[in-house]
Ligand binder design. Structure first.
Ligand code: ATP
Ligand code: MG
Length: 363
């Protein structure tokens, strides 16, 4: 059998800097754990535009659809600000998401004990926090028709339509239940069924899928406004949260700040599972290309490294190896190793991107 395949798209800015640490870790897994991957690297974003005049070449798109997982660094930067919208770096990423049909966006909010002081909340509220928000990514109010700004009489009216089909809800619900089975068997679904028709359908369909296919998973429902409150009040009551595109946008940013630095946050975007149950998948750090620190060796590679840990878990069925990697990150943080973004106001001596990679590999 051939090795599982990975397409690496480092992209722009700090993307290549943080991704080079992931490349070392992938090699380590091959050498030390016998876990070999077929890795290929290509261009995306501004880097692809510079070489091909397009932020994502057709051949790259085709490979992304073939491989088992795509790892992406970051796209964009001031150099490309004045480009025409159709060739902006971000369009490369949007094309990947659209053509891979990545409808399920996974954003973990995990608080390492060593960084609990970084949270905007009290330490005991967030220490040990480990939750996952599953956001529907390809439908809902961001895409529903009709939309637009119209004239009614002598005033303008802005219109968006929240629209969900049964199958769109069902597939993201399945994605959340599958995830729950790999974690702690617990899902909370959030909508506003008290005031929205799409919320009523959301709750019905999630309940039906649960009863028919995932009765072993514990399911609860919550109105999304209460969910926002509970996320800040007592986030550890949750494990997997599944919600629509708009609520997911807001709730996942809210959950992210429970944990502290942008340099720590990984993400995964999943599509439909293939015949072997393996979903199309793209893994990327939540942060952007960080032009202000590019080329200075300051970038924190942990968000990108933890994104690869998610790939191990969700694309390659290697939960134990994913945990091994996460534990290594946890250990170096507990040992006090910090990149600049993880330094408090009192300062200290930060390590570089490569040094952070070194100690994680050692751990
Ligand atoms: P985008 O539009 O691509 O999302 P952005 O401007 O919203 O980009 P980032 O590029 O993520 O945001 O940068 C926001 C801030 O966070 C910057 O000051 C950047 O230096 C910092 N930052 C982002 N990622 C990291 C990282 N991995 N390590 C250290 N600092 C980071
Ligand atoms: Mg941003």
């Amino acid at each position: 059998m051939s090795n599982p395949s990975i397409l690496i798209l480092p992209g722009d800015g700090i993307g290549p800097e943080v991704m080079s640490q992931v490349e070392r870790i992938i090699e380590w897994f091959g050498d030390k754990r016998g876990l070999k991957f077929d890795v290929e690297t290509d261009l995306v974003g501004g880097a692809a535009y510079d070489n091909h005049g397009t932020p994502l070449a057709d051949e790259t798109m085709a490979r992304a659809l073939e491989v088992d997982a795509v790892l992406l660094g970051a796209v964009g930067g001031p150099k490309y600000d004045d480009l025409d919208f159709s060739v902006k770096p971000e369009r490369g990423l949007l094309r990947l998401r659209k053509e891979m049909d990545l409808f399920s966006n996974l954003r973990p909010a995990q608080c390492f004990d060593a960084l609990a002081d970084f949270s905007s909340l009290k330490k005991d509220v967030v220490a040990g926090l480990d939750i996952m928000i599953v956001r529907e990514l390809t439908s809902g109010v961001y895409f529903g028709e009709p939309r637009g700004i119209h004239k009614e009489g002598n005033e303008r009216v802005g219109i968006n339509t929240q629209r969900y089909t049964e199958s769109e809800i069902a597939r993201v619900a399945r994605s959340a239940f599958e995830l729950a089975r790999k974690r702690n068997n617990k899902v909370c679904s959030m909508e506003k069924a008290n005031v929205m028709e799409s919320g009523i359908l959301w709750r019905d369909v999630v309940t039906e899928i649960h009863q028919a296919e995932y009765p072993d998973v514990e399911l609860s429902h919550m109105y999304a406004d209460n969910g926002a409150m509970q996320l800040v009040r007592a986030p550890k009551q949750f494990d997997v949260i599944v919600t629509d595109n708009l609520f997911g946008d807001v709730l996942s940013d809210c959950a992210a700040m429970l944990t502290g630095s942008l340099g720590m946050l990984p993400s995964a975007s999943l599509g439909a599972p293939d015949a072997n149950g393996r979903p199309k998948a793209l893994y990327e750090p939540v942060h952007g290309s960080a032009p202000d620190i590019t080329g200075q060796g300051k970038a924190n590679p942990i968000a990108c490294i933890l994104s690869f840990a998610m790939a191990l878990r969700y694309s390659f069925d290697q939960s134990d190896e994913a945990t091994r990697l996460e534990k290594a990150v946890e250990k170096v943080l507990a040992d006090g190793v910090r990149t600049a973004d993880l330094m408090g106001p009192e300062g200290g001596s930060p390590v570089s991107t490569t040094e952070m990679g070194d100690v994680i590999l050692e751990a």
